[in-house]
Design a protein around this ligand. Sequence first.
Ligand code: ADE
Length: 410
Amino acid sequence: MSRIKDASLSNKGKQRVEWARTQMKVLEKIRKRFDLEKPFSGMRIGACMHVTTETANLILSLKDGGAEISLSASNPLSTQDDVAAYLVKEGINVFAIRGDSSAEYAQNLEDIIKERPQIIMDDGSDLTVSIHKNKEALSNVVGGTEETTTGVIRLKSMQKDGELKYPVIAVNDAMTKQMFDNRYGTGQSTIDGIIRATNILIAGKTFVVAGYGWCSRGIATRARGMGANVVVTEVDPIRALEAVMDGFRVMTMVEASKLGDLFSTATGDREVINGEHIQNMKDGAILSNSGHFNVEIDVAFLEKYPKKTVRTNVEEYLVDGKRIYLLAQGRLVNLGAAEGHPAAVMDMSFADQALACEYIIKNKLSAGVHNLPEEIDREIARTKLQTMGIEIDKLTKSQEKYLSSWKEGT
Ligand code: ADE
């Protein structure tokens, strides 16, 4: 069973998935091993992830490992319909069409749940929350994984309320995920989305970045690299101080909103750009979001004003005589207006995902949020370096001894 836009797009999808595969060499090694060992033989995996070429390579690696997989999109705007078509041709149940309504999005999750998955791979925790509402389906689940910061925050809150009923590995928190995907992936793909949507020159613009976590620091750094004058806003004093010492101007959003040409949010919280901020903005200000949900910019406030589409993925709102532009409806601009993070960085995130799924079935974990073991994280970093042809030094015996002893001093 599947629900996709157009099965005839599968050849185009195949071509693009194969291209991404050439950049995903760590995952490729795991795929070859899975193909030999079949660790998921007879198991059903339900995944709610962005339907991209990179995700396709993860899904096909798990399939080669023996799994039966159903996939729905973790955002209605991120689905690549050609990829969905190719995956269906490869025997995956896919429920995703780009531009799905909220009701269709919810139905896609229900369709995954009907397949009685035993492992849940999630990006944002919508599938996890939904399956917890269905006792019978929940009883089949042995464990899950979570891809993103927002999802891990939701899981921890479920755990705090005693509502998380199976073990979930917080893939997002692996070092080989957040330090690379969140930072370099979001950094590059956000700028990519803004440029594909608008074709504006970044150099010389005042670029306001909300937040200074891994994602937003990636965006700030890449925007600066392209010649923007970057302003950072934060609520956490330590992160704000880091941004200051990394050389960014730091101020409140009320102040920043008067200065920015471009705004980018990636905080994981709601109304980071609210009505008051929007009213402060200059004529021509451009707003974009790269946080998981479309709550960071107060889109409901903008919707009160006259609106027209001026380019694909660019809406113009006339707010008190000023033109304010919203990209990709306030949804993830990097996936809505571009193709998401490049394959070479998703290589590590999805190697983490693949090995997390294997870890879940090979180990008896308690219900709750777990970290990916550090040995797995380090092994992925080591393999990534090898695939890049980079060798690093090893500690000598005497260095190891020195580091493990407190006896040597001045
Ligand atoms: N999240 C961000 N970029 C992505 C991509 N290329 N594929 C899947 N999930 C993503």
